[in-house]
Design a protein around this ligand. Sequence first.
Ligand SMILES: *[C@@H]1O[C@H](CO)[C@@H](O)[C@H](O)[C@H]1NC(C)=O
Ligand SMILES: *[C@@H]1O[C@H](CO)[C@@H](O)[C@H](O)[C@H]1NC(C)=O
Ligand SMILES: *[C@@H]1O[C@H](CO)[C@@H](O)[C@H](O)[C@H]1NC(C)=O
Length: 173
Amino acid sequence: MTSVFSICIVLGSMCVCLLSAESEITVSGQVGSTAVLPCELQRVGTETPYIRWRIKSEDVFERSGEESYQGEGYEDRVDVPEEELRKGNCSLVLRNLSLTDAGVYTSYQIVRHTERSAIPKTEEISRVNLSVYEKPPEKRTEIPTDDAGMKCPHPLIMVLSLISCLLLQFFFA
Ligand SMILES: *[C@@H]1O[C@H](CO)[C@@H](O)[C@H](O)[C@H]1NC(C)=O
Ligand SMILES: *[C@@H]1O[C@H](CO)[C@@H](O)[C@H](O)[C@H]1NC(C)=O
Ligand SMILES: *[C@@H]1O[C@H](CO)[C@@H](O)[C@H](O)[C@H]1NC(C)=O
């Protein structure tokens, strides 16, 4: 009985982990390397997408078609390739990482022509927590933990296991 209950607790905390993981993505890179901060447009309309990446309240990068803007300190290091953006891929490429680049980056899509208003609408797309490390991690004999290692199982699997878990508890009670 207690084992069934503890499984429920474990699964329950996994659900919490999934919920918190959904809102923020973590990317890490070594100093001097290139990081790709993932972003995907929810909708690709007929007009050229207008994308903006910010860190805190500072602009890092902006692109609308061929026109782009690179924020202070990010000159010649950032890009959202135009070709990718047209496909709905708004991932930010950040080259030559430095320790000061670490932080939470947020991407926005600016929708200029909504049906009724002429006022541009800014919609948040994704939030990426970038961490930068100085040296490659020391060689360890233990199993390497890559990014995928921290991910939660598929939500459907978790929901199903949680349900079966609760059912089990119901029958054993
Ligand atoms: C999106 O763009 C980035 C940077 O250009 C690229 O590294 C990545 O592979 C692209 N992702 C997809 C799904 O095409
Ligand atoms: C990378 O950035 C460092 C400073 O952070 C600079 O000294 C170096 O020249 C840059 N390297 C390239 C290839 O731009
Ligand atoms: C970003 O990630 C780092 C390392 O994983 C963590 O220490 C930090 O608290 C995170 N920042 C935010 C705002 O979540």
